[in-house]
Design a binder for this molecule. Structure first.
Ligand code: NAD
Length: 452
């Protein structure tokens, strides 16, 4: 079955029909119409899968995707145009052009934590660049996966775009096929498996992975605002966000005041939701047990849980050291360890010793501190005096480095990701400069002069 879908898509891609700009524009408009048609079902599915409420579903998934489509529609003509570039004197008489060529048939594998956004946002890039695509949403959010299938079926024939529901076996079968591009979002563990499969067939790929993203807070920070923004960034989606602040690393002399603000805003934003059962669920029992087991030590706020409802109250753990269980892996839940440092330079070295995080947040009003963090610690991307908000702009590329991933997307970067830059030198036939040919001693001298 998967082979036949792949073969159909390959055949359709080869007809060249996906390439004209008007085809891609119409496809994106069609996608938007189909999402609008299924918007209610999508919201219900998110609630059924993990209790995601309507406002959140719209803000972080559906509305986000509409905005992404609108931005792409507005700009893709300029992105898709062939670009003229300079030509050196050694190539006198010729012109240099970069043609924007789609890869072909793309495979998009997405996770459960933003089950709609993280499946459809890369798809927008694939479509805008002129590819066909197979979408494999996460099996852990089956209701959303079902509605994604309905949307795709309504919008497109499966020889162009198709969504396949299924578990790990489906991924394994898909990864055996010779796709032209793979876009994977999920854990580093599975990222390695995907990359191995891609390497076997030399398939180019993007890996959007995770990691432990720190929030560093110094004595020069606006502590109240830092606490407010961190509380939102951490506990939205019950902490199940790839760029959620994973832990706080704060200068010891301001920790206690900061903690008061953090408790205040955590309570203000999420207490009512937890008590009334409107807070997001942890995705499944095994993740519930895993996250719940991390709540150890000096818990200074929250940390209650309801196993039947798969709900964990936002928790703050104070006085944490690097050997605490919560510091051994990405938390991916509403548990926030707080570590402290005396010396800013040591804080930089400590964070730099850990695997490259997907995001890093530095809270300080001292420019030199922010600059030091940015220039001395490798990480995917991040923010000064904010958390998580950097991924909601189409103008900044989003992606990790090292163990947090490779490649980038969002806005134009999504288009670029699914596009091959095909370089073409257009040579003149009016004359033939003899630079390159043997036995042109004087010319060789000239070359040595130009390239000295
Ligand atoms: P996951 O890696 O378990 O699953 C992602 C996808 O991989 C799913 O579709 C799943 O079916 C598939 N998969 C699972 N096991 C597989 C196997 N053995 N072979 C082939 N495919 C397999 O990830 P998850 O639990 O859904 O998501 C959580 C992780 O994703 C976290 O680490 C988080 O940080 C990361 N994440 C990263 C981003 C980003 O944009 N960088 C976004 C969201 C989540």
């Amino acid at each position: 079955m998967y082979e036949s879908i792949f073969a159909k898509q390959k055949q359709f891609y080869q007809t060249g029909k996906t390439k004209p700009l008007h085809f891609r524009i119409e496809a994106l408009k069609q996608l938007k119409r189909a999402i609008k048609y299924y918007e209610k079902e999508l919201m219900q599915a998110m609630r059924r899968d993990f209790n995601k409420q309507e406002e959140d579903a719209y803000l972080t998934e559906i509305g986000y995707v509409y905005n992404d489509i609108n931005h792409t529609l507005k700009n893709m003509k300029a992105w898709a145009e062939a670009k003229k570039v300079k030509t050196p004197i050694t190539h006198f008489g010729s012109k240099s052009v970069i043609h924007k060529e789609p890869y072909g048939v793309a495979l998009i594998i997405s996770p459960w934590n933003y089950p709609f956004n993280l499946a459809v946002s890369p798809l927008i890039g694939a479509i805008s660049a002129g590819n066909t695509a197979v979408l494999k949403p996460s099996e852990h959010t089956p209701h959303v996966a079902g509605v994604i299938s309905d949307i795709i079926e309504l919008a497109f024939p499966d020889h162009y775009i198709s969504a396949l529901e299924g578990g790990i076996e489906t991924n394994q079968a898909l990864l055996k096929l010779p796709f032209d591009y793979i876009f994977y979002t999920g854990s580093s563990h599975v990222g390695r498996i995907v990359m191995k499969e891609a390497a076997e067939k030399l398939i180019p790929l993007t890996l959007e992975l995770g990691g432990k993203s720190p929030a560093i807070v110094t004595e020069h920070a606006n502590l109240e605002l830092a606490a407010k923004r961190i509380a939102w960034g951490k506990y939205s989606n019950a902490g199940q966000t790839c760029v959620a602040p994973d832990y706080i690393y704060i200068q010891a002399n301001v920790k206690e005041i900061f903690l008061e603000h953090l408790k205040y805003y955590t309570h203000k934003f999420y207490h009512e939701a937890y008590i009334s059962g409107r807070y997001m669920q942890i995705i499944n029992n095994s993740h519930f047990e895993r996250v719940n087991n991390l709540i150890q030590g000096n818990v200074v706020y929250g940390g209650h849980s309801n196993r039947n409802a798969r709900m964990i109250e936002p928790a703050i753990i104070n006085d944490v050291e690097f050997d605490h269980p919560a510091m051994q892996e990405e938390i991916f839940g509403p548990v926030l360890p707080v570590l402290s440092f005396e010396n800013f330079d040591k804080a930089i070295l400590d964070v730099r010793d850990m695997p490259d995080p997907l995001a890093l947040y530095i809270f300080t009003d001292k420019k030199s501190e922010a600059q030091e963090v940015i220039s001395r610690i490798p990480f995917g991307g991040g923010a000064v005096n904010d958390a998580m908000y950097h991924l909601a702009t189409p103008y900044l590329p989003f992606g990790g480095r090292g163990s947090s991933g490779m490649g980038k997307y969002h806005g134009k970067y999504s288009f670029d990701t699914f596009t091959h830059d095909k370089s073409i030198l257009k040579q003149t036939t009016l004359f033939d400069i003899p630079f390159r040919y043997p036995n042109a001693e004087r010319i060789q001298k000239l070359i040595r002069f130009i390239w000295r």
